[in-house]
Design a protein around this ligand. Structure first.
Ligand code: ADP
Length: 394
């Protein structure tokens, strides 16, 4: 019997899970519980080519996870026969404390809880999932895999803001980054594909609903666009990414908005959605094709921001050997990839039109043969990375 890991990603109103074999990446079952706490919940469990759906209310994370375990029992695969050796939990904020996967005990739980003010929307639901899963599956080790861990060793010049030192120290205001599991996995895949060593300089573009970019030398992240929170950096589905922080004071003074309103504005009502009404790149392209000037501007701002980061990260690393695109937009949006690369030949970045147009679930090179920078599309796999990191501790 093979060994498997149950990976749990517990968000504010959802739980995503996958049972997989960390050795070869086979997924034995996956699913999600959505709209936890709302009047109607939604649950989807996929196993053996079958999908079971339910729309019953799910009052809390405990009930959600209990229902998931019931579905494993009734639909399969049987967890008691699945050879589960660990449960891997995605945790967003590991602060300065964690630079790798961590076996969960009471101390770790207390630390994740203590770090909650730095990630108020993420750590509390992550923790809720951990607590319930430990109760329901008490006989296997539970491992926390932190989104910030890959960036824990950012060089000090990249990890600090030029904020008053005492204030930064007292309130732990540092650049922690996020999406680290994806950046680590994708940069590792790129290194394998291009045969890179300790001096391989690469940029990874994670373009999902949340979006971030990292600079990686060898296997070490040296820069990343998300900061103390995921708000910093690229234009995202609903987040502004970088902007002058004084805009916040301006809105407070002139528009009379309070902190929570501004928080919602910049995190949930901005980005592509704020510019066009749609947060999904696919819809924004469609609007642009139909002649929307707002949508065209949004795509321009989106690509411009990415290009700025590519230039600055190439400068940070003193050159560039590989550039990869990942996550929903990065893996599927050939038009955006071409738009990003356009005019970057001076850095050695070129995209071959035919290769870029190929649709595939496999990692692939899209630059022409002999190009100075290898440009790639690499599907991310955060669940597999979490599973592998969890078993690495056993
Ligand atoms: P999440 O950040 O929610 O995990 P994903 O990595 O699944 O996101 O990416 C979702 C996003 O990917 C969508 O919001 C959409 O913008 C983008 N996307 C997915 N497919 C395409 C496509 N064919 N063309 C352009 N964008 C796409």
């Amino acid at each position: 019997m093979s060994s498997t890991v149950l990976v749990i990603n517990s968000g504010s109103s959802s739980i995503k899970y996958q049972l997989l074999d960390p050795a070869d990446g086979t997924s034995l079952a996956s699913g999600l519980v959505e709209r936890i706490g709302e009047s109607e919940g939604h649950l989807e469990h996929r196993a053996g080519g079958e999908t079971v759906e339910r729309n019953d209310p799910v009052p809390d994370h405990g009930e959600g996870l209990r229902t998931v375990l019931e579905l494993f029992d009734t639909v399969g695969p049987q967890l008691s026969d699945a050879g589960i050796v660990a449960v891997g939990h995605r945790v967003v904020m590991g602060g300065k404390q964690y630079d790798g996967p961590t076996l969960i005990d009471e101390d770790v739980i207390a630390t994740i809880d203590r770090l909650s003010p730095l990630a108020p929307l993420h750590n509390p639901p992550n923790l809720a999932g951990i607590k319930v899963a430990r109760e329901l599956l008490p006989d296997v080790p539970h491992v926390a895999v932190f989104d910030t861990a890959f960036f824990r060793r950012l060089p000090a010049a990249a990890g600090n803001y030029a904020l008053n030192k005492e204030v930064a120290e007292r309130y732990q205001v540092y650049r922690y980054g996020a999406h680290g599991t994806s950046h680590q996995y994708v940069s590792g895949q790129v290194a394998k594909l291009v045969g890179g060593g300790d001096d391989l300089r690469q940029i990874v573009l994670h373009l999902g609903n949340g979006a971030s970019v990292s600079a990686v030398v060898g296997d070490r992240a040296v820069e990343t666009s998300m900061g103390m929170t995921p708000l910093e950096g690229l234009v995202m589905g609903t987040r502004t990414g970088d902007m002058d922080p004084a805009i916040i004071f301006h809105l407070a003074r002139v528009a009379g908005m309070d902190v929570d309103e501004i928080d919602t504005l910049v995190n949930k009502r901005s980005g592509l959605k704020g510019l066009t009404g749609e947060n999904d790149l696919r819809m924004v392209h469609r609007m642009a094709d139909d002649g929307s000037a707002d949508a065209r501007l949004a795509l321009d701002v989106y690509a411009h921001r990415i290009r700025k980061y590519i230039g600055s990260y190439a400068a940070v690393m003193g050159g560039l050997d590989a550039l990869s695109f990942t996550a929903g937009g990065g893996e599927n949006d050939a038009v955006m990839r071409a738009k990003v690369a356009k005019g970057l030949q001076f850095l050695g970045i070129e995209v071959d039109e035919e290769r870029n147009a190929v649709r595939s679930k496999e990692a692939r090179v899209i630059s022409p043969d002999g190009a100075r920078v290898t440009v790639l599309v690499v599907p991310t796999n955060e669940e597999l990375t979490i599973a592998r990191q969890a078993v690495s501790l056993l």
